[in-house]
Design a binder for this molecule. Structure first.
Ligand code: SF4
Length: 233
């Protein structure tokens, strides 16, 4: 497992519970607005790869937090790129921690197997854009079938889950939000996360954050199709 960084404690990722987040190395997407591209682009990840956190150090830390920590979040960039994700997650579960995976869709078969084998407890999946406009954000070829399969898998409700979209002014319209919400119709939880313009992979990407009232309109648009939509400013 290539662990590039650990956020030792957060109460924000899973409300009411204490979580540790580990960030794996590398991503299959190249989102224009990505603000962590040093962990995404190969020319940067080669450097980061020289300074990874060892599994031994991570598990020693985890054992020192027994009784103090509820969740371990395995986040990306894109954790399903890690060939040993299943085994790594199982080792965490064997220590009786709950496991959440953040994914952008890449490997529905692996996610299904992890759900079937009780290796994960929660999945958060990114929805980047309406399906026919996905490339406009992720900037690489993608497999539409795998995205739809991961969505269907989560909508089966065999595991707790959320969908989330980073939304940006001049990029996402209210119609786009409706289309994304339709894609995940009846989802129990959908978050709209406001774009943060400070750092981005593509300097030429033109976008702004929404103001609160605009996000509220987006939330109302999404709520026509999903059970619950909330905004993260
Ligand atoms: S999915 Fe996009 S925003 Fe997220 S880490 Fe990958 S490139 Fe960056």
């Amino acid at each position: 497992m290539q662990i590039s960084w650990i956020q030792k404690t957060t109460l924000l990722d899973y409300p009411g519970k204490v979580a540790t987040i580990i960030f794996t190395l590398g991503c299959n997407f190249r989102c224009h607005y990505c603000h962590n591209f040093q962990f995404v682009l190969p020319e940067h990840t080669k450097v980061v790869a020289n300074d990874l956190i060892t599994e031994e150090a991570f598990f020693n830390f985890l054992k020192s937090r027994e009784g103090l920590l509820d969740w371990v979040v395995i986040s990306g960039w894109e954790p399903t790129l890690q060939g040993d994700l299943y085994d790594f997650s199982k080792k965490i579960k064997d220590l009786w921690f709950l496991v959440k995976i953040d994914t952008n869709w890449r490997d529905p078969k692996l996610i299904r197997k992890m759900i079937d084998d009780w290796i994960i407890d929660y999945v958060a999946m990114d929805i980047k854009n309406p399906i026919e406009k996905y490339n406009e954000i992720i900037n690489v070829d993608f497999n539409k079938k795998d995205i739809l399969e991961t969505i269907s898998l989560l909508l089966e409700w065999r595991i707790d889950y959320e969908f989330r979209s980073t939304v940006a002014k001049w990029v996402h319209t209210e119609t786009d939000i409706e289309e994304m919400a339709k894609l995940i119709s009846w989802a129990k939880r959908y978050f709209l996360q406001n774009y943060r313009p400070e750092i981005k992979l593509n300097e030429d990407f033109i976008a702004e954050s929404f103001i609160a009232s605009e996000l509220l309109n987006m939330k109302r648009a999404a709520e026509k199709f999903v059970d619950k939509c909330d905004v993260r400013m």
